[in-house]
Write a protein that binds this ligand. Structure first.
Ligand code: PLP
Length: 386
């Protein structure tokens, strides 16, 4: 794989929050911005038809990544927008839908579901997770027995990196006559989604999680006949360059999937091994048997995570939680759901490597984080002695 130094400056280990735009994606977007001025809805002339064909090519590329037909793909402004649309389709003929959803879903899903619940449109059965963040299958069975008509599941968690048994859950939902909505935002490009794409009623993607631009996503709808014209009101003129970027990112994600999985897993294991060796007492959180290849979630007991972030400053970019929860003083809902003890929640750090991460960067990150942890511990011991 070409190694392109896309980002000078701090070492970027926060690929769960977002990924840098791949230079090949940028080239595709720039070519559209420069050469294709038409509105894709203006199909009476060549400018419009050229823009429309850019979108159709991207639709084919995204469909290939998701394992579906191009006509099953709707481009959206984001994963959040795709989730909202999927819920609109699922609830269009009903105002009493019982929805089963995981407690550890992304806020994009939780907020949309709670808004519908608040309006009395749905009721929610929460699916619990165990201490590793793994789904409790009995809670799904219970929800289906109670008559859940829609099962919402993430393919992989954005904090712990836990990978969920989505195929089996969709099959159980289908057998019980329920629809399935899968948020694959974190999984795209890291797990093969093609089996899931064949089965899920709805599948959600976000381009900026797999080296595409921000502000564009996609919704796979298994049966496009479920989307009557006008269901979403007036559709704005599509962002042709962003969609072209998402298409290119999807093509690269599919082409590079195996290579990138091995690369990121090797780098993540190097990061994990280095930190475990250098920082006594460090704990690896989550389900290490079912985890995204690029993902590492740790706690350093007795070392507050914000003290680490302050010390590593702008040398290494990592986070204390999801991009949406970080900055908030509250522990994230995911760490609460897995019932992590307070000492591990306060010291939790989320790290994720990416397509352009190098061994040298990993070694530098290990040394920098370990040094910060030692310094925080030494300062605390000094205070205790005083
Ligand atoms: N779902 C998951 C699992 C995510 O990680 C994110 C992004 O953080 C989203 C949804 C929302 O994505 P977007 O920024 O495209 O709305």
């Amino acid at each position: 794989m070409d190694r392109v130094n896309v980002q000078p400056g701090p070492i970027y280990l926060d690929h769960h929050a977002t990924t840098p735009v791949d230079p090949r994606v940028l080239d595709a977007m720039m070519a559209v911005l420069r050469d294709i001025p038409g509105n894709p809805n203006s199909v009476e002339h060549g400018f419009g038809r050229a823009a429309a064909s850019v979108i159709e090519r991207a639709r084919g590329d995204v469909a290939a990544l998701a394992g579906c037909e191009p006509e099953q793909i709707i481009f959206t402004c984001s994963a959040s927008d795709a989730i909202g649309r999927a819920l609109k389709i699922a609830t269009q003929d009903r105002d009493d839908l019982r929805v089963a959803a995981m407690t550890v879903e992304h806020p994009a899903m939780l907020t949309a579901l709670r808004a519908l619940e608040g309006n009395g449109r749905i009721s929610i059965e929460w699916l619990e997770v165990d201490g590793r963040g793994q789904l409790d299958p009995a809670s799904l069975e219970r929800a289906l027995e109670l008559g859940a008509g829609l099962v919402c599941m993430m393919a992989a968690n954005n904090e712990l990196g836990t990978v969920y048994p989505v195929g089996a859950s969709i099959a159980a939902a289908c057998q019980a006559g329920a629809l399935s909505l899968v948020d694959a935002s974190q999984a795209a490009g890291r797990l093969d989604l093609r089996e899931i794409g064949l089965q899920a009623d709805f599948l959600v993607l976000s381009a900026h999680k797999f080296y595409g631009p921000k502000g564009v996503g996609a919704l796979l709808v298994q049966d496009p006949a479920d989307v009557p014209p006008g269901l979403f009101g007036h559709e704005a003129t599509p962002n042709v360059a962003a969609i072209a970027g998402m298409g290119t990112a999807a093509r690269l994600a599919l082409d590079l999937m195996d290579e990138e999985r091995s690369l990121t897993m090797r780098l993540r294991d190097r990061l994990q091994g280095g930190l475990v060796a250098a920082v006594p007492g460090l704990i690896v959180n989550g389900d290490t048997q079912a985890r995204l290849p690029h993902s590492l979630h740790i706690s350093i007991p007795g070392v507050a995570n914000d003290a680490i972030l302050t010390r590593i400053g702008d040398k290494v970019a990592i986070s204390t939680g999801s991009a949406c929860a970080s900055g908030a003083q509250e522990p994230s809902h995911v760490l609460r759901a897995v019932r992590l003890p307070e000492s591990l929640t306060d010291s939790a750090l989320r790290l994720s490597v990416g397509r352009f991460t190098t061994d040298t960067e990993i070694d530098f990150a290990v040394a920098t984080i370990a040094q910060a942890a030692h310094a925080v511990r030494a300062a605390r011991e000094e205070r205790v002695v005083c």
